[in-house]
Design a protein around this ligand. Structure first.
Ligand code: DLL
Length: 434
C-alpha cells in the first residue's frame, strides 16, 4: 500500500533526477547560510557550481556527530530561531545531547515520511495506532503521533512505560497497530501472559512497527508468534529527522529508504570510499529537503547493506538490510570483533531462551572476558527433566563457534534480566577504568 504513490514509485532515473535537483539546491542553501559548511567546502576546494548531479555527491565532505557536538546547541541551524517550530534531541548517554531544530516545512516533510511509513506495512485510517514510543525529546513518540494522525488512524498517545496500563488499553481500546521498540513489544507480550491474558485472543493487533534498536529476524519471528502480528522494521535517527527514514513494506524484505528526501550511501568506515552494491559498510545520509538543520553526507555509524533492486511491492526506493549494529556497539574481545546482534541470532535459535539477554564485559588479568547472561523461559524451569548443564554447554558451544572466541555463559531465571520500556540495554561493562 502506498501513501504517496507518485513519490513512492518513482523509477531509478526519475529518482536520480529529482535527487540531483534537490542536491544542487541544498548545496547552495547551506553554502549561503552556514559558516560550517562554507568552511568545509572551501577546505575541500568545492563550490556549489561543482555539484551538478547526484553522483557529484562524492565530492562533498562528510559531516559527523562531532560537528553537531562542536556546534551545540544551535550553531548548525540554517534558519533564525523564529523559523524553528520544534526542537528534539538525542538521549545523549555519553556527553551532551545532539540537538535538531525543525521548520514548519521540516515537520511537514517528516510527517509525510511517517505517513508513508505507517501505510507501507498495511496501515490505514481504519487503524487504531497504539503508540508506545516515548513522547518528549525522543523523536519516536511525536514522529509516530503526527504520522498516524495524517494517515487518519485513531492515535493512542500512550507513550512508553506503565506496562499494566498499556495492557489494559491494548485490550479495551483494541489497538490494531503497535509502535514501540522490538524489545518492549516482546516484554508486553510476556507481561500480558503474566497478567493472565492471551495476547493473541485478547488484543486486536495485526501490525507492529518496531525500531530504534537493532533486532534480528529470529527476534521478529518470536514477536510475530507471541502477538500474532506482522512485525516490520522502522529505521531512523534524530539527526536526520527521527523515525521514518526507512520502513519495511508488507514484503518484509528490508526497509525502503525514502530516498527522495534522505539520500543514502554506504561507505567503508576506514577509507571513506563508497562500497560496492551488496557490500556492508557505514550508512551515510544527505537530507535533500530539510531546512532547519540540513545534513550533508552525515555519518550514522550504523552498519548495513543497500539493495537497489525493485521490490515486489513496486517501489524502487533502495532497501537497507537490517542494521548489524552501530560501529560503536561493536565489542572487541581479545582482538575479535563481536556484535551483540550475532549473539542474539544464536540465542534465538534455542526455544529454551527468552528474548532477554545481557552481555557482561569483564577482565581476567590483562584479558577481556565476555559473559553472556541468557534468561531461560518459564517452561525450562518447570521441565523437571531438562538438563541445565547440557543446555548451558550447548549454548556455549554454538556461541563460541559463531564468534570464534571462548566466552562464558550464565543461565539466569525468568524475569531476572532488567526490561526496558524504550531502547534495550544489552551491554554491561564491568572492566573498570580502561
Ligand atoms: O531511535 C529514532 C527512531 C524512533 C527510530 C522510533 C525508529 C523508531 P535516535 O534515538 O537518534 O533515534 O537513535 C538512532 O538508533 O542510528 C541506530 O543506531 C538505532 N536504530 C534506529 N532504528 C533502528 C533499527 C531513533 N530499525 C539510532 N534497527 C540509529 C537498528 C536502529 N537500529
Amino acid at each position: 500500500m502506498y501513501w504517496n504513490k507518485e513519490a513512492e514509485t518513482l523509477k531509478p532515473d526519475e529518482l536520480k533526477r529529482l535527487q540531483g535537483k534537490r542536491l544542487r539546491k541544498l548545496v547552495k542553501y547551506v553554502y549561503d547560510r552556514s559558516a560550517l559548511y562554507r568552511n568545509k567546502f572551501k577546505e575541500a576546494g568545492i563550490k556549489p557550481a561543482d555539484i551538478k548531479e547526484i553522483s557529484d555527491i562524492t565530492k562533498l565532505p562528510y559531516t559527523t556527530k562531532q560537528d553537531l557536538r562542536d556546534n551545540y546547541p544551535f550553531n548548525m541551524f540554517c534558519v533564525p530561531m523564529e523559523e524553528i517550530v520544534r526542537i528534539h534531541a538525542s538521549s545523549g548517554t555519553t556527553g551532551k545531547p545532539t540537538v535538531v531544530g525543525y521548520t514548519r516545512n521540516d515537520i511537514d516533510m517528516w510527517t509525510e515520511a511517517m505517513a508513508r511509513t505507517i501505510v507501507a506495512p498495511g496501515g490505514s485510517k481504519k487503524d487504531i495506532l497504539h503508540n508506545a514510543y516515548g513522547y518528549g525529546l525522543f523523536t519516536g513518540g511525536l514522529g509516530f503521533h503526527y504520522g498516524g494522525e495524517r494517515v487518519g488512524c485513531a492515535v493512542i498517545p500512550v507513550s512508553g512505560g506503565n506496562t499494566k496500563r498499556q495492557l489494559l488499553l491494548l485490550k479495551d481500546f483494541g489497538g490494531t497497530i503497535l509502535s514501540c521498540t522490538p524489545s518492549y513489544s516482546i516484554y508486553l507480550a510476556e507481561a500480558a501472559v503474566n497478567e493472565g491474558m492471551d495476547p493473541k485472543e485478547d488484543f486486536k493487533l495485526r501490525v507492529g512497527i518496531f525500531g530504534a534498536e537493532p533486532w534480528s529476524n529470529a527476534m521478529r519471528k518470536r514477536i510475530e508468534d507471541a502477538l500474532d502480528i506482522k512485525a516490520t522494521d522502522v529505521y531512523g535517527l534524530s539527526e536526520i529527522c527521527g523515525p521514518g527514514v526507512a520502513q519495511e513494506c508488507e514484503e518484509q524484505a528490508g526497509a525502503h529508504i525514502w530516498s527522495d528526501h534522505f539520500y543514502p550511501e554506504v561507505i567503508d568506515p576506514n577509507t571513506g570510499e563508497q562500497v560496492g552494491e551488496g557490500e556492508q559498510g557505514e550508512l551515510v545520509f544527505t537530507t535533500l529537503t530539510k531546512e532547519g538543520i540540513p545534513l550533508i553526507r552525515y555519518r550514522t555509524r550504523d552498519l548495513t547493506v543497500l539493495d537497489h533492486e525493485k521490490c515486489a511491492c513496486g517501489r524502487y526506493h533502495p532497501r537497507m538490510l537490517r542494521i548489524r549494529g552501530r560501529s560503536d556497539d561493536m565489542l572487541i574481545i581479545r582482538g575479535v570483533n563481536v556484535f551483540p546482534s550475532q549473539i542474539e541470532h544464536v540465542l534465538m535459535k534455542f526455544s529454551d531462551f527468552a528474548a532477554h539477554y545481557l552481555l557482561v564485559l569483564g577482565k581476567k588479568g590483562p584479558l577481556d572476558t565476555l559473559t553472556v547472561k541468557a534468561e531461560v523461559t518459564p517452561e525450562v524451569i518447570s521441565d523437571k527433566v531438562k538438563d541445565m548443564m547440557k543446555l548451558k554447554a550447548a549454548l556455549k558451544s554454538e556461541l563460541e563457534q559463531a564468534l570464534g572466541i571462548s566466552i562464558d555463559v550464565e543461565l539466569v531465571e525468568p524475569g531476572t534480566i532488567p526490561r526496558s520500556e524504550g531502547k534495550a540495554v544489552r551491554i554491561k561493562d564491568e572492566r573498570g577504568d580502561l
